[in-house]
Design a binder for this molecule. Structure first.
Ligand code: SAM
Ligand code: SF4
Ligand code: SF4
Length: 344
């Protein structure tokens, strides 16, 4: 069933491949308290790394204004991300501002879960209804090695419990699977997050940015993940919730859902309807783009909403991105923005 209403789809501009603008990801900070080896390797994001100065980051008012403009163009779903969004001070205030936007039906957030014990309740009270927590392992040693800041897994698990108690259900759990690093966690994670309150999603390790040393050999394919699961917990495929859904869905025979995001081995560019705004207000039309379009300059130039709307429309209409369908040894080396900068 298409969860987008017909008027929004008619209003939304189409890109060069006929894809409507439907989803918006707002990065609220480029900073993070983790140094996940596949995202912000500490050799690159070390103590000397220059993060964005505060003045370069969009204010809550600028973020809400942009969201309003995108919603007027047909977007119905906004996801907050980063860096780690909960490092942004007073984030529930932004959620309240977004909740007040007419026509915005769905506000979601992706977090590493490290601060959820403190924030789960205030986020829910402010109007956030959908939450995704990234968690790559249940084994404490593996988890600490992957976040590379020695963060204990029990604190994320406590955050997940707090989120369920606060009313986030079902809660999505994202697990990036990396060969020889956490592949032995697939089954324990499936066991732990099997109930109706969770949707566990396995994500193929991607070549985002240029710093994580990505190699195809490190990718555990969706097909392999599912076949490993089938041996222990039989699952059956389920139809997508809506066109363009990135996760392929499966259901445990005894209830509960899982998903796999096969961006490397089964690309889904054809259905990709996502716009991304980096913390410094650049508009990226693809996760693998090297550069974004500077909307912050427009926001701060005194331009009226109509002018900004026109610019966004024109950028979207010129979009032809389909990186994952064209991935090759050559594309992997292309300059790309880092995930922590443009928002995962
Ligand atoms: N810090 C938050 C978090 O980790 O949930 C939000 C931002 S993070 C960039 C968003 C998502 O991107 C996380 O689920 C993370 O696991 C995923 N991610 C980061 N680097 C990745 C990579 N190289 N391949 C696949 N997924 C990746
Ligand atoms: Fe931080 Fe999220 Fe990237 Fe990990 S994946 S380093 S938690 S932004
Ligand atoms: Fe969308 Fe780019 Fe990913 Fe393809 S590679 S699905 S166009 S973000």
């Amino acid at each position: 069933m298409d969860k987008y209403n017909a008027s929004a789809v008619t209003r939304a501009p189409l890109d060069r491949l006929g894809r409507p603008l439907r989803d918006l990801r707002l990065s609220v900070t480029d900073r993070c308290n983790f140094r996940c080896t596949y995202c912000m390797p500490r050799e690159v994001f070390g103590p000397d790394h220059a993060f964005l100065p505060k003045s370069d980051i969009l204010s809550f008012e600028e973020l809400s204004r942009l969201a309003r403009i995108f919603v007027a163009l047909g977007v119905e779903k906004v996801r907050l991300t980063g860096g780690e969004p909960l490092l942004r001070r007073e984030l529930p205030v932004l959620i309240s501002q977004l909740s007040a936007i007419d026509g915005l039906r769905d506000i979601a957030m992706t977090t590493n879960g490290s601060a959820l014990v403190q924030f789960a309740k205030p986020l829910h009270a402010a109007g956030l209804r959908r939450l995704t927590v990234s968690l790559d392992a249940l084994d404490d040693g593996i988890f600490r090695a992957m976040n590379d800041v020695d963060f204990p897994v029990h604190r994320v698990l406590a955050g997940i419990d707090a989120a369920v108690v606060a009313g986030f259900a079902p809660l999505k759990i994202n697990m990036v699977v990396k060969r020889s690093v956490n592949e032995d966690q697939i089954i324990p994670m499936a066991r732990r997050f099997r109930g109706p309150e969770f949707i566990l999603r396995f994500i193929e390790y991607m070549d985002v940015g240029n710093t994580n040393g990505w190699r195809m050999d490190d990718v555990v394919s969706a097909r392999e993940i599912i076949s490993r699961l089938q041996g222990v917990f039989p699952v059956d495929p389920v139809a997508p919730n809506y066109p363009g859904e990135v996760a392929r869905r499966y259901r445990h025979r005894d209830g509960g859902e899982i998903g796999v995001i096969a961006s490397v081995t089964q690309p889904f560019c054809r259905g990709c309807t996502r716009a991304r705004i980096s913390a410094d207000g650049h508009f990226y039309t693809c996760l693998f783009a090297s550069e974004g379009h500077d909307l912050r300059a427009l926001l701060r130039s005194g331009m009226r909403d109509e002018g900004i709307t026109q610019s966004i429309r024109a950028i979207w209409q010129g979009r032809g991105d389909r990186y994952s369908e064209l991935r090759s040894a050559a594309t992997i080396l292309q300059p790309k923005a880092e995930m922590s900068v443009l928002g995962g």
